[in-house]
Design a protein. Structure first.
Length: 163
């Protein structure tokens, strides 16, 4: 199977992302996770914090990918640079579809040789997003069923301003 890139903000990584990675890893021989720095999107966690949490979460869940990289700029340029033939994205609801559809068609225009591949969310994670996790944690809720312990502890430090 072609080599694939799974890009995202991962601010922070959740069990929804990990489920997509675990399933994509079985489909593709070589899966790379790419953490994007998007100047238009403000993140709670820095580039390095997000990368560290992705790596630690993958380790903790025993999921092996070929590498975890960070990138900025056009997604298709990153995919080309790393010889990726596919871009993997996860789909939750209608709201994801509109955006992903637009992105996929734009990316196909920019790089017709790269195929976008969509994996449907697992039912149990269909409501789960990084934003919801941050909101719940900031308000003192339990997010242990949404994110690995290492992520939960990092968020706790962030919101207590110890980090
Ligand atoms: P982005 O800013 O690129 O949307 P995200 O980190 O929010 O970055 O998401 C990365 C990818 O993972 C997107 O394709 C998104 O739809 C998908 N995703 C996020 N959460 C889930 C989930 N709970 N189930 C399935 N896919 C998800």
């Amino acid at each position: 199977m072609p080599k694939a890139l799974y890009p995202g903000s991962f601010d922070p990584i959740t069990y929804g992302h990990l489920d997509i990675i675990e399933r994509a890893e079985k489909i593709f021989d070589d899966l790379m996770v790419g953490i994007v720095e998007n100047p238009r999107k403000e993140t709670l966690l820095s580039f390095n914090e997000r990368k560290e949490l992705v790596k630690k979460s993958l380790e903790g869940e025993n999921i092996q990918v070929s590498s975890v990289i960070t990138f900025s700029g056009l997604l298709v340029n990153c995919a080309k640079q790393h010889n990726r033939e596919s871009i993997v994205r996860g789909l939750r609801a209608n709201s994801d579809f509109e955006y992903e559809f637009q992105m996929a068609l734009t990316n196909r225009d920019l790089a017709p040789e790269i195929e976008s591949v969509f994996l449907m969310t697992a039912g149990e994670y269909s409501f789960l997003s990084s934003s919801i996790v941050k909101e719940v944690k900031e308000l003192g809720g339990d997010v242990s069923s949404f994110v690995p312990g290492v992520v939960e502890r990092k968020l706790a430090r962030k919101f207590s301003s110890a980090d």
